[in-house]
Design a binder for this molecule. Sequence first.
Ligand SMILES: [Zn+2]
Length: 146
Amino acid sequence: MLNEKEREQLRAALNAEKQRLLRNAQEGLAFSMNRERNIGRDSIDESMEEELFSTELRLRDREKFLLGKIIGAIERLEANTINECEDCSEPIGVKRLLARPVTTLCIDCKEEREREELSQSEMHRGGGAASGDGEAADEAGGGEET
Ligand SMILES: [Zn+2]
């Protein structure tokens, strides 16, 4: 169980993040309204504008997703279940919660999931050790660092 000070810290962190996302969403809305006003205007940059608009939409999808997580975390906070791991029901460490208030997993379950994801992506890669050189070359890119 979290103490009152910890709950207060979490609440403040979650509310700040929620406000930030809502502000971004409002800016996104202003952007699309602005775009509608511009319809009918001669535009030589139409394709660029389309691209900007779809970037904007993608961003808002991501924000919607994050906002959902934050609202869920606030609900769990009020219900006193925010530090309960959704996998094993063990308490999530306070430090971990404060660093990442939207988490729903304790560190053990989180690490286990990451290991699973890692082994899955290794399977997709076909386990080819020979691909190592190719990847290193990709990461070097234009050789800017050397
Ligand atoms: Zn767990």
